[in-house]
Design a protein around this ligand. Structure first.
Ligand SMILES: CC(C)(COP(=O)(O)OP(=O)(O)OC[C@H]1O[C@@H](n2cnc3c(N)ncnc32)[C@H](O)[C@@H]1OP(=O)(O)O)[C@@H](O)C(=O)NCCC(=O)NCCS
Length: 166
């Protein structure tokens, strides 16, 4: 079984060249909720969105997207985990957790106050993954998804990093 450390070594920055992979994985992972296979590829390379791709044996096996939350903010804003998905054959090997951890590192670099996300209220697997990485359930959102499913809103606060004195 691969360790998280091994999987982390296979993470790379995603970009427009990953559009086909992201569209295909989004189709299998998210089509029940809406047309995310159309939306997510457009966000690759979009300013303010960071994409991490996990590779397994040289092939893309998962991705995560982090964006800045739109809207007005007093002080530092939150980032938003827009999507995370792992190909069915590559699941349960720590790739999803490695992607979430990498997104947390990116958000810390952005100096945001926290990371928010929504996931389907029936998606116990994802909720377990997020809870294990420090996300707390904050609210229920009825009819959140374009196809009508409800969601749970989760947030992970980030510690303010001290500036180095050197
Ligand atoms: C959610 C998802 C990204 C997890 O990816 P993964 O690579 O299989 O996850 P990991 O192997 O890193 O598992 C991390 C934790 O998630 C939870 N988890 C993952 N698969 C699970 C399962 N089948 N049953 C119960 N818990 C599970 C566990 O808490 C696990 O920790 P553990 O192994 O210590 O028990 C993957 O199942 C997926 O792509 N699902 C479809 C898309 C989706 O729902 N995305 C999230 C909403 S945006």
């Amino acid at each position: 079984m691969q360790s998280v450390e091994r999987v982390r070594a296979l993470l790379r920055v995603g970009g427009p060249g990953d559009a086909t992979f992201v569209a295909e994985l989004a189709r299998t992972a998210f089509s029940a909720y809406g047309e995310y296979d159309r939306v997510l590829p457009h966000w690759l390379g979009t300013r303010g969105v960071a994409t991490v791709v996990a590779e397994d044996d040289g092939m893309p096996a998962g991705f995560a997207m982090l964006g800045m939350r739109p809207g007005l903010h007093l002080g530092r804003p939150d980032a938003e985990l827009l999507a995370v998905a792992v190909a069915a054959l590559a699941r349960r090997r720590g790739i999803g957790r490695a992607l979430v951890r990498e997104v947390i590192v990116i958000a810390e670099r952005w100096r945001v106050r926290g990371i928010r996300l929504h996931t389907a209220d029936t998606n116990v697997v994802a909720q377990r993954l997020f809870a294990g990485e420090g996300f707390l359930a904050e609210a229920s959102r009825e009819g959140f998804y374009p196809n009508g499913q409800g969601a749970v809103a989760m947030r992970r606060p980030l510690e303010r990093r001290r500036r180095s004195r050197s």
